[in-house]
Design a protein around this ligand. Structure first.
Ligand code: CP
Ligand code: NVA
Length: 307
């Protein structure tokens, strides 16, 4: 007999402000649920019936906005979207206490993690981090789902993250390392991941931080990169293009990975900078599987928090 859907709602998880809000058990349950949601979406078609979420975007988005809107609608709920600053006209704590009177959950993409933390502190409904300067936990969930589909077990895999020690790198370190993936991050000097986040991730798994991209990529099951200039850092773009030049994922670097190793990118990608067109378009590129899994992983997250 099929497990009742309500059994997936986790009493332990209230918000996803950062990756660490999901403990290892909740993370494993969520991955299992994401696979079920992907296999049998119709089973979940009424899970959020009568539920409404607020989606707040301070920054542009294709994947995150589309997949959250679609996920909520496909689960039987609905969403309202607001773009622009969160808390510009009034304190963030007041925004939180307006939205929680009207909606059942808040999804927010913001410049500062402090905005997510304040929304979570003041909201009586779940708050989901849809990207901040420090974390991108929804991306990491889709990424580990993609790795699991490709390789089966996650335990024992090596993922090389090449480029900027940014929000995407932080979330991969925190989420993938707890599932037994060795995360090796290679950045130019001065662009390493936050030391506190690296230490947190290393307490729960295997983390390497290096300035040598070949060392990180050696025998990796996945070579992952992201833009060198994240949203909000545009004025540094020219300088970063120079500093990061040796960190491009091209055929030469990708050859250091295992022959069955995959290329990963959260997208959007800047071809000719962090990755060559050849690697992006290669048969071993799983970037669109990652994008597809944003939908399924986020459905599983919404069912876990709100179902
Ligand atoms: N990967 C990702 O979050 O893409 P968007 O910026 O388009 O949402
Ligand atoms: N690091 C990038 C990720 C975009 C999805 C940024 O923050 O702009």
């Amino acid at each position: 007999m099929a497990t009742p859907i309500t059994s997936f709602v986790s009493p332990h998880v209230r918000h996803l402000a950062s990756d660490l809000d999901l403990d290892s058990e909740s993370l494993l349950n969520l991955l299992e649920l994401a696979a079920q949601v992907k296999r049998t979406p119709a089973r979940f078609a009424q899970t959020l019936a009568g539920r409404y979420l607020a989606l707040l975007f301070e920054k542009p988005s294709l994947r995150t906005r589309m997949t959250f809107e679609l996920a909520i609608k496909q689960l039987g709920g609905d969403a309202v979207v607001s773009t622009g600053p969160v808390g510009g006209r009034e304190p963030v704590k007041d925004v939180a206490r307006n939205l929680d009177r009207w909606t059942h959950g808040i999804v927010a993409r913001v410049f500062s993690q402090a905005t997510i933390d304040e929304l979570a502190a003041w909201s009586s409904v779940p708050v989901i981090n849809a990207l901040s300067d420090r974390y991108h936990p929804c991306q990491a969930l889709a990424d580990v789902q993609t790795l699991q589909e490709r390789f089966g077990a996650l335990d024992g895999l090596k993922l090389a993250f090449i480029g900027d020690g940014n929000n995407v790198a932080h979330s991969l370190m925190l989420t993938a390392a707890r599932l037994g993936v060795h995360v090796a991050v290679a950045t130019p000097r001065g662009y390493e991941p936050d030391a506190e986040i690296a230490a947190q991730a290393a307490r729960a798994g295997r983390i390497t931080v290096t300035n040598d991209p070949e060392e990180a990529a050696a025998n990796a099951h996945a070579v992952y990169t992201d833009v060198w200039t994240s949203m909000g850092q545009e004025e540094e773009a020219a300088e970063r293009a120079q500093v990061f030049a040796k960190f491009q994922v091209n055929d030469r670097l990708f050859r250091q990975a295992r022959p069955d190793g995959v290329f990963m990118h959260c997208l959007p990608a800047k071809r000719g900078l962090e990755v060559t067109d050849g690697v992006m378009e290669s048969p071993r590129s799983v970037v669109f599987d990652q994008a597809e899994n944003r939908l399924h992983a986020q459905k599983a997250l919404l069912v876990t928090l709100l179902g």
